[in-house]
Design a protein around this ligand. Structure first.
Ligand code: NAD
Length: 505
């Protein structure tokens, strides 16, 4: 449907700049769909370069005061925000479900994991502590302090419209920066609601801003000399280009990309537990998670009983609108994406894989929303497109191998290195895998090893461009810069002229 056909009745979602909602005058907008019905539910404004410039100017002005605010005051705002997000969990979750499609319990999980990052940011006075060396030389002390960067920006994907922004802005703002968020244009409402909650929490106007939009807004953020750092989460081609463009413009960039997460199942694994985990991690959120399991690598004789157990569980998954209680899997984000995901199932047979379960047959596909049931592709080979591409939908592939070594080689040769999991009862094998595998986040009998907020999140290889992972201690490093001060208090009695290079001994 073209934007012009959407009608004038539906609401328009604008920007949040300087502590208030601001309509756009760019004349460009996109459609926000209701994935459960297939209908357009809102229009979202797309910012022009001039609108981005305005947001940056507001954020620059707010930075002057905010960076001077006491650490305890910043912590106080985070404590209040924590309470507000906690109290309004359900409202945020329903907002996510209505635009993204995931079920409400799943959206509640997203909010809970985002909230952890606000809790982490509550400890900002401790996190920003520097170092002090007394008497580095006679009468000279050296100390290191951490200061904010200035205006920093975040560009986020559709699949976690609340959690991924919360990976970024609580720490950035607690460090004393001001923030511009460019959320996904597919589900933009949660970020505006979070902005409202931050205002209620006492955050001064202009410290947190939201500009809606597409590539035009992102390109301007990347080029604007007033933006000091960009955190990006999204697909690999865009992540790579954001990293290259942002660093070329002298910015700090962390750009998290796509994934193809493997679950290695050794012959000694508990089959029922491994099947439960594979089904949960492959089909939760309809596979639209960067930490979803998309490939099971079955070693030795484990494949047949495992596939039987997975199929049995898949047959019981209830697919339907995410707002209706009892449904376990909602629709995909857009019709176009649903059709793209379905095409991998349609083509798998001609590539030589076996379509063990065909999600296109699920009764939910008869509904008007963007539904697709769960699919299982067996005997997948690493050369096949359904293996190589990030499908980002409810399609689980099974690769059969004879040995651990071959399984490891397949996983390590994959261009992505986000999450990975091993299922085994053998502690030594798990430890060896943790040592061997080229991925940033490893689960041992844990299928979705998203680190808790006091560690940092990030993949390796094509899953992350940049030097620092996101949130947690590395988030603090990313959003602050160190300054080292060498200091001597005047003692005129010991002062001389000395043109030699300063030495400490
Ligand atoms: P996407 O790359 O299409 O979009 C992400 C953001 O970039 C959006 O805000 C979008 O408006 C913007 N964007 C899109 N194209 C752009 C362009 N050409 N130039 C500048 N900006 C552009 O990703 P998506 O479809 O919203 O999200 C799904 C992807 O995100 C998947 O690949 C998934 O694996 C990945 N993801 C990764 C992580 C992670 O932590 N590594 C987490 C969540 C999602």
């Amino acid at each position: 449907m073209a934007i012009a056909d959407v009608g004038t009745q539906i609401r328009t979602i604008g920007h949040w700049i300087g502590g208030k909602l601001v309509p756009s005058d760019s004349g460009r907008s996109g459609v926000v769909w209701n994935p459960a019905t297939g209908e357009a539910q809102a229009k979202v404004d797309f910012a022009s370069a001039a609108e981005v410039d305005h947001a940056v100017e507001i954020a620059q002005r707010a930075f002057v005061e905010w960076r001077a605010s006491a650490l305890s005051r910043r912590g106080d705002v985070m404590f209040k925000l924590r309470e507000l997000v906690d109290t309004n969990r359900r409202r945020i979750a329903e907002m996510i479900t209505s635009e993204h499609g995931k079920t409400v319990p799943d959206a509640l999980g997203e909010v809970a994991r985002g909230l952890e990052n606000i809790e982490f940011a509550c400890g900002i006075p401790n996190l920003l502590k520097g170092g002090f060396s007394e008497q580095a030389s006679r009468g000279i002390d050296v100390y290191q302090i951490r200061q904010p960067l200035g205006v920093v920006a975040g560009v986020t994907p559709f699949n976690f419209p609340a959690m991924v922004p919360m990976w970024m802005f609580p720490i950035a703002i607690a460090c004393g920066n001001t923030f511009i968020l460019k959320p996904s244009e597919k589900d933009p409402s949660a970020s505006l609601y979070l902005a409202e909650l931050m205002k209620q929490a006492g955050l001064p106007d202009g410290v947190f801003n939201v500009v809606q939009g597409d590539k035009v807004a992102v390109d301007r953020l990347l080029e604007h000399p007033g933006v000091r750092a960009i955190s990006f989460v999204g697909s690999t081609p865009v992540a790579r280009s954001i990293y290259e463009t942002g660093t070329r413009h002298g910015k700090r960039v962390q750009a998290l990309g796509g994934a193809k997460n493997h679950m290695l199942i050794l012959p000694d694994a508990d089959i029922a537990m491994a099947a439960d985990a594979a089904v949960s991690a492959a089909f939760g959120s309809a596979g639209e998670r960067c930490m979803s399991i998309s490939v099971v690598v079955a070693v030795g004789g484990v494949a047949d009983p495992l596939i039987a157990a997975i199929r049995e569980r898949m047959s019981r998954i209830k697919v339907g609108p995410g707002l209706e209680a009892g449904n376990e899997m909602g629709p995909l984000i857009t019709r176009e994406h649903r059709d793209r995901v379905a095409s991998y199932v349609a083509n798998a047979g001609s590539e030589g894989a076996t379509v063990a379960v065909d999600g296109r047959q699920d009764p939910a596909c008869q509904r008007s929303g963007f539904f697709l049931g769960t699919s299982l592709l067996d005997r997948v080979d690493p050369g096949m497109r359904c293996y190589r591409d990030e499908i980002f939908g409810p399609v689980l592939s099974v690769v059969r191998t004879d040995t651990y070594d071959r399984a490891l080689r397949i996983i390590n040769e994959n261009p992505y290195g986000n999450g990975v999991a091993i299922f085994t009862r053998d502690g030594g094998a798990a430890r060896q895998f943790q040592f061997d595998v080229d991925a940033g986040m490893v689960g041992v009998n844990v299928p979705i090893p998203v680190p808790v907020s006091y560690y940092s999140f990030g993949g390796w290889k094509a899953s992350l461009f940049g030097d620092l992972h996101i949130y947690g201690p590395e988030g603090v490093q990313f959003y602050s810069r160190t300054k080292v001060v060498t200091s001597r208090w005047p003692d005129p009695g010991t002062s001389t002229v000395d043109l030699g290079f300063p030495q400490s001994r």
